[in-house]
Design a protein around this ligand. Structure first.
Ligand code: SF4
Length: 349
């Protein structure tokens, strides 16, 4: 039985498997009900992602066109100039983003790049945006430096289950990922960590991935759930289709397991029709990327998103970095609502 007035960190695989087995309508109802206890059900957090250093990555992630190990067509670019990054951040803000995510295709952050990265963080923060970076593996002291510069979130995905990880990446270990996540948390930053579905993994792998995320001492504040984009030239270009309902189920289970986290519908969204995206929001997804090339008003994807939001009655979530409630604050709010009729046991059948 889920205790809705406490966020659990001790989920068993059997409990998670039981959620996956629920009839679809029951699972969706439970996920949506949990979602409403923690969030405005119609608000969606909007992030914009900019690649600040593209391609030529020494890692061999099988899904990624930026790896030097694969034959995907991609023009590698050096680390962007700080001023150019700040201009992109301003454009993202004007387009409605509340968080600006900067990604670099690195195995790990090098000392020579740190000063530029720190300038980017300070500059984007000065605009009033939340900041997020993904720069590969971090040492403890690097995480500390980033945090001191004002970095709000660090993204480092687990990608898949520990058991399946070796089928996807061989140039670093699962434990390396966990170590970086631990450094990020110890430095006081918020964690953005999720995975990719549709890489040929089994439901058991999806269960195991969610269990790892949901059993961290603190849940990641942001959980990106990606649908594999099968890029030509990568080893996963011919990966089999994932049943869309399995993708939606995974989101719904993630919502129940990590009720206070933002669940981000990330890569692969452009391959989903509007009906599927609507079901993803119903399952508890409440964050999206506009994407790095979606910064101008003419951008068709941004326009399509606005139109979809209007049709569904969704609106962008307004978040001030200083006002975003912590897990404990959210729980306090929920305890205060316990008498209300909509408060119910999400695990009862
Ligand atoms: S570490 Fe990141 S950029 Fe590099 S290959 Fe893996 S996913 Fe791609």
């Amino acid at each position: 039985m889920i205790q809705v007035n406490s966020v659990r960190h001790d989920w068993s695989e059997a409990e998670i498997a039981a959620l996956f087995e629920l009839p679809f309508n029951d699972l969706m109802f439970q996920a949506q009900s949990v979602h409403r206890q923690f969030f405005d059900a119609n608000a969606v957090q909007i992030s914009t992602l900019l690649s600040i250093k593209t391609g030529a990555c020494p890692e061999d992630c099988k899904y990624c066109p930026q790896s030097i190990h694969h034959g995907a067509e991609l023009e590698a670019e050096k680390l962007m100039q700080v001023q150019a990054v700040l201009e992109e951040a301003q454009a993202a803000q004007a387009a409605g983003a509340s968080r600006f995510c900067m990604g670099a295709a690195w195995k790990h952050l090098r000392a020579k790049d740190m000063p530029y990265v720190l300038q980017m963080i300070r500059g984007v923060k000065a605009l009033g945006l939340e900041t997020c970076m993904t720069l590969g593996m971090l040492k403890a002291e690097q995480a500390q430096e980033l945090a001191e510069a004002g970095l709000d979130y660090y993204n480092h995905n687990l990608d898949t289950s520990e058991a399946y990880y070796g089928q996807i990446i061989t140039t670093r270990r699962y434990q390396d990922r966990l170590d970086t996540l631990s450094h990020v948390r110890s430095a006081g930053m918020k964690v953005c960590c999720g995975g990719i579905l549709g890489m040929g993994e089994s439901r058991q792998d999806r269960i195991s991935l969610l269990k790892t995320l949901a059993c961290f001492p603190e849940h990641p504040e942001s959980v990106p759930v990606n649908l594999l984009v099968r890029v030509a030239g990568t080893p996963l270009e011919d990966a089999p289709d994932l049943d869309p309902f399995e993708f939606i189920r995974t989101l719904a289970v993630a919502r129940i397991l990590m009720p206070a986290s933002h669940l981000r519908l990330s890569a692969g969204r452009t391959d989903m029709n509007e009906q599927m995206q609507a079901l993803c929001f119903m399952a508890g997804a409440n964050s999206i990327f506009y994407g790095e090339r979606l910064l101008t008003t003419e951008n068709p994807q941004a326009e399509a998103d606005k139109a979809l939001f209007a049709r569904l009655g969704l609106y962008p979530e307004e978040v001030s970095p200083d006002r975003q409630p912590t897990e404990a604050q959210l729980l306090h709010q929920i305890e205060a609502q316990q008498d209300q009729a909509f408060f119910y046991d999400a695990m009862s059948r």
